[in-house]
Ligand binder design. Structure first.
Ligand code: BTN
Length: 243
């Protein structure tokens, strides 16, 4: 698989879109992103050479159904989790719904990685999918932002370089993409371990209990106040405690 590495780039997720015009499968990494993007139109900012800024992209030669598309999100999360557990076997890591990976620190669980999956369509047909991954590696100071409490491998006492994560991460992604969407979903939902957890939802009052996960990535929540059910997905922001 081809790998393009850049010094400064706007966003690896944006650039890979151009490369997928000429490549079937490709990885793009950068030392710095001037316009790194996170979920829900948020910025994803990290220092020069501090962190891993990585995108894996794949062109679809045949029609892809919805569950297969959604499984790219699960693959990204599982691939990061497996990588971090291999690098730092003495540290606990958890997936957090929908697209985050957290690490256990003496001051509680903190975000170490985020995954941004994007698909390109021509009409109804999905032409390509991109798994964008940011992993905090050597950054030791983070801007204060509400609701975000990041950490990095360096803050966890693990010294490595972002470049060293690229090959094993790509290997994990390829490995998970060989599984069927239902196998991928099962692995993701087992690792997520969210069912029965008490959840708060931004823009919604009250407490909710996670009752069911669907292969579409949607999470069903039961209101502990009214007994009503709602669905949330990766465009929503929810909070709950990890254990
Ligand atoms: C999130 O937690 O909101 C997802 C963050 C994803 C960040 C990565 S860094 C590499 C790739 N390029 C981007 O612009 N974003 C993703």
């Amino acid at each position: 698989m081809k790998h393009y590495h850049f010094g400064e780039i706007s966003s690896t997720n944006d650039y890979i879109g151009h490369l997928l015009q000429i490549e079937d499968e490709v990885v793009v990494t950068a030392e710095f992103q001037a316009k790194g993007r996170g979920r829900n139109e948020k910025n994803w900012f990290g220092g020069y050479r501090s962190n891993l800024y990585y995108s894996y992209g794949k062109k679809h030669k045949t029609e892809v159904n919805y569950e297969e598309l959604v499984s790219y999100q699960f693959v990204g999360c599982l691939a990061v989790l497996e990588l971090l557990e291999a690098i730092a076997p003495n540290i606990s890591f958890r997936l957090k719904y929908p697209n985050d990976v957290y690490a256990k620190t003496p001051n509680g669980w903190k975000k170490i990685s985020g995954v941004l999956v994007e698909h390109s369509f021509s009409g109804d047909r999905c032409e390509s999918s991109v798994i964008g991954i940011g992993i905090n590696v050597n950054q030791r100071e983070f801007p204060i932002a509400e609701g975000i409490n990041p950490t990095s491998l360096s803050l966890l006492g693990i010294e490595t370089e972002p470049e060293r994560l690229i090959e094993p991460l790509s290997g994990n992604i390829k490995k998970y993409l060989e599984l069927s969407p239902s196998q991928i979903f099962e692995k993701w939902s087992n690792k997520l371990n969210i069912i029965s957890k008490i959840v708060t939802v931004s823009n919604k009052d009250g407490l909710w209990q996670a009752s069911k996960l669907y292969p579409t990535g949607q999470l069903e929540l039961l209101s502990l106040d009214t007994g009503n059910y709602i669905f949330v997905d990766n465009s929503d922001s929810i909070r709950y405690e990890l254990d």
